[in-house]
Design a protein. Sequence first.
Length: 401
Amino acid sequence: MFKTSKIINQNNEGIGIAKNNNKIVFIPFSLKDELVTYEITKENKKYDEGKLVKIKEKSKERQEPKCKYYFKCGGCNIMHQKYFSQLLFKKDKVINNLKHISNINIDDIDIVYDKQFNYRNHITLSIKDDNIGFYEYHTNKIVNIDKCIISNEKINKTLKEIIKFINKYKDNNIDRISIKAYNEILINIESSNFKLIDEFKNIVNFDSLYINNKHILGIKKISINLNNYMYKVSSSAFFQKNTNMTIKLYDYIKELLNKDERVLDLYCGSGGIGIYVSDKVKNVLGIEIIDDAVIDAKENVRINNVDNISFISGKVEDNLDNIKDVDTLIVDPPRIGLNKKAVENILKINSKRIIYVSCNSTTLARDINYLKDKYVLKSIKLFDLFPNTHHVETICLMERK
């Protein structure tokens, strides 16, 4: 049975919110202030999920998505929203999370942005029954694609070659395939029984090939340039997926640092931030749990002739007990944010300032709450590393009271 409601807002994932008999209904692809017809697809105790059937009154912020797969593919989720409206949505989301979770009231936040398309330098695609693509929203069904318009040209060229391979070799046993396209191209194949290496390399051009994160062919690491610095990255190491915006983000972090500071860089990955700011600060100590990333970080230090950085391999929360004399602590955790032990040890370190880099403003706001007895939020800025998706990168500067 179809129902009609006004969309009263969007949730943190950009999904439209309506009310039906005083019960919240989440309706993907709808925008605030639209009058829509929908059907309930799933009933839950506290909320329902709906499917958009018809837009009776359209928002002025709506646009026709440029991607032909958009309404099926789960890779992007707010491409139907005009870009400047996307930016406002992201600003409002962070402002609301800070208000409701941290009790911090901010009227406006600056947001830095760049190009909307062809920005992504790393994607992971699923393969099943000769289909290659991303999963349809909330399903296990793969949306078969031949191009991803938010990904860079190298990725799309490689994708066409991979499609040619899987069409020729139906029984390829590939479950997922990751493409990193920086200065060079690295491919990682996930498979329990992949035996077509020679056939694959005859069709697909790459510089580095891994199978299940084990190096097989070509160079072991590929490189990426961020202004004056070059970084080597292996298959399992994390690096930001938007090169142009990463430079803007790192430049801003550098601006926040004072000359000759002692910096502690937590969740440091391949040393991206630490190396980038090394020419301004006195020294940097980085901590990272992924061993391959730490190996990459040490190599990146050598490549860039940096002599004031050292690294610890291990869990952040287990390696903070004996660290002292920190002026600024940089923390860039995964989406789940900081765990309780990490927060306790950060408070014991008692650095003058904390620069918190976050891809999830909900856990960011929670962690600010944990730190607020000793630290006060001084500034906040957003960086749109992920246009056409609900994600946004946030950088907060906190100072010791």
